[in-house]
Design a protein around this ligand. Structure first.
Ligand SMILES: NC(=O)c1ccc[n+]([C@@H]2O[C@H](COP(=O)([O-])OP(=O)(O)OC[C@H]3O[C@@H](n4cnc5c(N)ncnc54)[C@H](OP(=O)(O)O)[C@@H]3O)[C@@H](O)[C@H]2O)c1
Length: 281
């Protein structure tokens, strides 16, 4: 039996691309270990954690719908997971089972890679959304000192998030959008709008400053309508695939003690998989 066993747990889990990612790195670095896909319904979480140590798990990833439900089963969680109220990575440290959230690291690692030097002159961000991806983006941008304006279909959710994050994060009504865009350096779509099967994020980009960056966390399709429009208008754009790749680096390093690279080859493997499984992507 493999001695270093990691996992991704969720329900459903068949769609997860994490096994492809971590499997690629295990093979690339010739490391002993496995990364397994676990479909765990909510009623089986207690039993899963009761048998965690005996099963020999070295840790793993947590996805929908378990990101909050796992927290009571862990000895402690890091600052990011505490602030986001969600855990996506579990590992052992000094005999304790710890949880963290690497989505903000993924969000930032992606823009750091695709737009080197982006922070110079970037002070204000507008984020669409108020769900899990927005928490990651807001936490990441707040940690880099940006002022963040949240806009969401349901204003009360954006307001609750702004209250939660505090300094430098505010909630705004959609009818303030024109003024917000005219003053922003980074626009982020963190809603599910623009995903295959969803309507596009339909906003007028004309008030946006010419040098503003447009970032979409959606990665199926790789280039959403809003990114296409932004690119055609001459904006620098960032797609969501690198966020998925970069958030995985931290977990892999914790479990297998080797910091993996986000390579062009890995990115292409995922793009090919997305295109093969999603007509129109
Ligand atoms: N690249 C990555 O690694 C990564 C990581 C995480 C998530 N994502 C992507 O990010 C997107 C959001 O994920 P999430 O976990 O944040 O989802 P979520 O928690 O369910 O939040 C969804 C957000 O989208 C908004 N929304 C949904 N349908 C809408 C509509 N028809 N009109 C206006 N707003 C709408 C919701 O607004 P209300 O509050 O009004 O409902 C909410 O703000 C998904 O596409 C997901 O695949 C990507």
């Amino acid at each position: 039996m493999v001695s270093k066993r990691a996992f991704v747990m969720g329900h459903p889990i068949a769609h997860s691309r994490s096994p492809m990612l971590h499997g690629y790195w295990l093979k690339r670095y010739g490391l002993e270990g496995s990364y397994e896909r676990l479909d765990i319904p909510p009623q089986e979480i207690d039993a899963f954690f009761a048998g965690f140590r005996d099963a020999g798990w070295i840790g793993g990833n947590v996805t929908v719908p378990h990101k909050t439900a796992v927290i009571p089963h862990l000895d402690s969680i890091d600052d990011a997971a505490t602030k986001m109220g969600a855990v996506n990575t579990i590992w052992w440290q000094d005999g304790k089972l710890l949880g963290g959230n690497t989505d903000a690291i993924g969000f930032l690692g992606n823009i750091d890679e695709l737009v080197p030097g982006w922070e110079a002159g970037t002070k204000k961000a507008v984020i669409f959304g108020a769900g899990g991806a927005t928490r990651a983006a807001a936490y990441g941008l707040q940690s880099r000192g940006l002022q963040v304006a949240l806009c969401n279909r349901t204003l009360s959710k954006a307001q609750a998030l702004a209250d939660h994050f505090g300094a430098g994060v505010g909630a705004h009504k959609m009818d303030e959008l024109g003024d917000l865009l005219a003053d922003c350096d980074l626009l982020v779509n963190a809603t599910s709008l623009g995903m295959i099967g969803q309507p596009p994020l339909d906003i007028d980009l004309s008030p946006l400053k010419k040098d503003a960056i447009v970032y979409d966390v959606v990665y199926v399709p790789l280039e959403t309508q809003i990114l296409k429009t932004a690119r055609e208008r001459g904006h620098r754009t960032v797609d969501g695939l690198g966020m998925l790749l970069h958030q995985a680096v931290v977990g892999f390093e914790r479990w297998f003690k080797h910091k993996p690279d986000v390579t062009t080859e890995l990115r292409q493997i995922l793009i090919d998989d997305i295109r093969a499984k999603t007509p129109g992507a």
